[in-house]
Design a protein around this ligand. Structure first.
Ligand SMILES: Cc1ncc(COP(=O)(O)O)c(C=O)c1O
Length: 400
C-alpha cells in the first residue's frame, strides 16, 4: 500500500524538468546532448544585484521577514508597477513568494474549492494544470490554435465560462508560444469577464520585458482597470533579471486574496530568503540597462531560430512575439517512420526521437495542451542554437 496521498495521483512532474533530466541522464552516459528543455536565461545575474545581496548579508539582514515581504521590497514592487505598467498599487497591495510559481500555488490554495474550474488557454505553462489539480480544482483547457496567434479569443472564453469558473489564467508573453495580447485584445476579453463576476483573473506577466519587434507591453491591469478587484497580476525577477535561482516572485491584487495568500505563506515557508529580497530591491530600483541587453540578445536568438527552423522541411514555426521559446509545429512528421522503423505517433515520439537520434532535448507539445508541437528554449548562445538546429535538421531529414 502506498503512503503517498491520493491527491498526488492526478499530478505529473514538470515536463520541462523531465526533459532536462533525460538530457542529463544521456550526458552521464557520455552522449553529447544539447539541452533545450528548461527555460532559464543563460546570463549571470547583474553584478549590482549580487553586490546588494552580499551587502545585505553582511549588514545582518539574515532574519525571518514578514510573510508578505519586507516593506522595502513591497515598496520597490509598487514603484515598478507604477513606473513600468501605469498601475496604482501601494506596498499593502503586494505579496512576494518563492518564485511566481509559489505565488500561483498560494493563490489557488487560497481560493479553490473542490471542483472549481480554472480556464487554461492552451498552449499553457506546464505547471498551471498540475497545480489546479493538486489543489482540487478542475482545469478547463481551451485550445487556442496557431491561426489565432495562440491567443484566447472572446468567443472561446465565453464558451468556456460556467457557474463553476473560479479562475481565468492569462500568460503574456506566453510560455511556450510567445503570444502577446494587445490592449484591444485584453479589453475584448475584459468585456466578456465583466459579465461573469464569479471569475478571478490571474495574469502571469513574468516575461513582460522579453518582447520583440518594438512591441510595448500592456498589463492586463492597465487594459481592464474595472476588473481590478478580481485581478491578480503575477510577476517576478526570474526571467527579466536572470535570477531564476534566487526564487522571488510577486503579485499585486485585492486585499482579501493577498491576506489569505500571506496566511498560507506564514504557515508554510514563513518568508522568502531575506537576502534574495534585498537583491530584488536592487534589481527593481537599480539600473535597467542589462534588462535591455538581455532582451536584444533574446530577439537575435529568436530571429536565428525562426530562420533556421523554417528552412527545415517538415517543421513550421510562427515567429514568437516574446519570451524565449520556439513552439515548433511537427504535424507533417506524425505517422512517418524513423530510420530504426519507429512510427512517430505523436509529438512525444518526435521529441523522443530528437533526443535519442538528434541529441537535442525538447519538450513535447502534449505537455502544454496543444499538439502536435515541440518546444525548444532559445535561452542559450547563438553557437549552441546553430548547432542544435543543424542536429534537428539532420534528424528530421532522416524521417521516412
Ligand atoms: C509562464 C511562467 N510563469 C511562471 C514561471 C515560474 O517563474 P518563477 O521562477 O518566478 O517561479 C515560469 C517559469 O518557467 C513560466 O514560464
Amino acid at each position: 500500500m502506498s503512503y503517498v496521498a491520493s491527491r498526488l495521483s492526478v499530478v505529473k512532474p514538470s515536463a520541462s524538468m523531465a526533459a532536462s533530466q533525460a538530457a542529463k541522464a544521456l550526458r552521464a552516459k557520455g552522449v553529447d546532448v544539447i539541452d533545450l528543455g528548461l527555460g532559464e536565461p543563460d546570463f549571470p545575474t547583474p553584478h549590482h544585484i549580487i553586490d546588494a545581496a552580499h551587502f545585505a548579508a553582511k549588514a545582518g539582514q539574515t532574519l525571518y521577514t514578514a510573510a508578505a515581504g519586507t516593506p522595502e521590497v513591497r515598496e520597490a514592487i509598487a514603484g515598478k508597477f507604477r513606473r513600468e505598467n501605469g498601475l496604482d498599487y501601494t506596498a499593502d497591495d503586494i505579496v512576494i513568494a518563492n518564485g511566481a510559481k509559489q505565488i500561483i500555488f498560494n493563490a489557488l490554495m487560497a481560493t479553490l474549492e473542490t471542483g472549481d474550474e480554472a480556464i487554461l488557454p492552451a498552449p499553457y505553462f506546464v505547471s498551471y494544470p498540475e497545480m489546479v489539480k493538486l489543489l482540487g480544482g478542475a482545469p478547463v483547457v481551451v485550445e487556442c490554435p496557431e491561426t489565432t496567434g495562440f491567443r484566447l479569443t472572446p468567443a472561446l472564453l465565453e464558451k468556456a465560462i460556467t457557474p463553476r469558473t473560479k479562475w481565468l489564467f492569462l500568460n503574456m508573453p506566453g510560455n511556450p508560444s510567445g503570444a502577446v495580447y494587445s490592449q484591444s485584445d485584453l479589453k475584448a476579453l475584459g468585456a466578456v469577464l465583466a459579465k461573469h463576476p464569479q471569475v478571478l483573473i490571474l495574469s502571469d506577466e513574468i516575461y513582460e520585458h522579453i518582447l520583440f519587434d518594438g512591441r510595448e507591453f500592456v498589463s492586463f491591469g492597465k487594459a481592464c482597470p474595472e476588473l481590478k478587484d478580481r485581478t491578480l497580476i503575477v510577476n517576478g525577477v526570474s526571467k527579466s533579471y536572470a535570477m531564476t535561482g534566487w526564487r522571488v516572485g510577486y503579485a499585486a491584487g485585492p486585499a482579501p486574496l493577498l491576506k489569505a495568500m500571506s496566511t498560507i505563506q506564514s504557515q508554510s515557508c514563513t518568508s522568502v530568503c531575506s537576502i534574495a529580497q534585498a537583491a530584488t530591491v536592487a534589481a527593481l530600483n537599480g539600473p535597467q540597462d542589462e534588462v535591455g541587453r538581455f532582451r536584444q540578445a533574446f530577439e537575435r536568438r529568436r530571429d536565428l531560430v525562426v530562420d533556421g527552423i523554417r528552412k527545415i522541411n517538415g517543421l513550421t514555426l510562427s515567429p514568437p512575439d516574446g519570451a524565449f521559446y520556439a513552439y515548433i509545429g511537427c504535424a507533417s512528421l506524425i505517422g512517418r517512420k524513423t530510420p530504426k522503423g519507429v512510427v512517430l505517433d505523436d509529438d512525444a515520439a518526435v521529441s523522443n526521437y530528437l533526443l535519442n537520434e538528434g541529441r537535442v532535448a525538447s519538450v513535447p507539445g502534449v505537455a502544454y495542451g496543444l499538439s502536435p508541437y515541440f518546444r525548444i528554449s532559445t535561452a542559450t548562445s547563438e553557437e549552441v542554437l546553430t548547432e542544435a538546429i543543424s542536429r534537428i535538421n539532420a534528424a528530421v531529414a532522416q524521417v521516412e
